[in-house]
Design a protein. Structure first.
Lengths: 116, 117
């Protein structure tokens, strides 16, 4: 089954304690991205990756890091979480090939993060 | 920068009736895609329907159809024969399409739809 898997689904942590949210896809997609969802703001892109070792900032990258060492994995790292990073996080992947039409983005199940 | 506006925060509809959700967007791009996503209480993001800007024909998927007005930059979603399972938050989203560009989805704020039995 084609899917994007995020872990954990729920996480409560304290300010300043480093954490990683994992994301893995089994569709051999080139493009992966992280979004955060906040009430009244919709979803906003944090970081994205066009392929292995190619990452770039989205609209709200402050306080986050990512890496793309393997095609299937795209972890989101919060080095020193703060309460304003309390949010619902989504990982998404899609196929990307130059000259090809866009295909559907597949989303993970979401990670509810609370920073106290 | 692209923006997507969903001005109605909430809507309610009687089961079996039809409801239309509004969305407007702003862009200077010529090649782009538009989407409606459904987010039920499970939080899963589910693609409902998509529209390519170069296609004049409005997209349809079973009970879901769109009214795409490119000149007016409007993209509304019509849900026919509403069902209780349609109760969810709905997001309108935009994506510009250009080789080498970030395939970022720009989302509206969302609208909460409640279907009444």
């Amino acid at each position: 089954e084609a899917q994007v898997t995020q872990n954990p689904r729920y996480l409560i942590t304290v300010t300043g304690k480093k954490l990683t949210v994992t994301c893995s896809q089994n569709m051999n997609h080139e493009y992966m991205s992280w979004y955060r969802q906040d009430p009244g703001l919709g979803l906003r892109q944090i970081y994205y990756s066009m392929n292995v070792e190619v990452t770039d900032k989205g609209d709200v990258p402050e306080g986050y890091k990512v890496s793309r060492k393997e095609k299937r994995n795209f972890p989101l790292i919060l080095e020193s979480p703060s309460p304003n990073q309390t949010s619902l996080y989504f990982c998404a992947s899609s196929r990307y090939r130059v000259g090809s039409l866009y295909t559907e983005a597949f989303f993970g199940q979401g990670t509810r993060l609370t920073v106290v | 920068a692209q923006t997507v506006t969903q001005s109605q925060p909430e809507m309610s509809v009687q089961e079996a009736e039809t409801v239309t959700l509004s969305c407007t967007y702003d862009t200077s791009e010529n090649n782009y895609y538009l989407f409606w996503y459904k987010q039920p209480p499970s939080r899963q993001m589910i693609l409902v329907i998509r529209q390519e800007a170069y296609k004049q024909q409005n997209a349809t998927e079973n009970r879901f159809s769109v009214n795409f007005q490119k000149a007016a930059k409007s993209f509304s979603l019509k849900i026919s024969d509403s069902q209780l399972g349609d109760t969810a938050m709905y997001f309108c989203a935009f994506m510009k399409w250009r080789d080498g560009a970030n395939s970022k989805l720009t989302f509206g704020k969302g609208i909460t739809l409640s279907v009444r039995p």
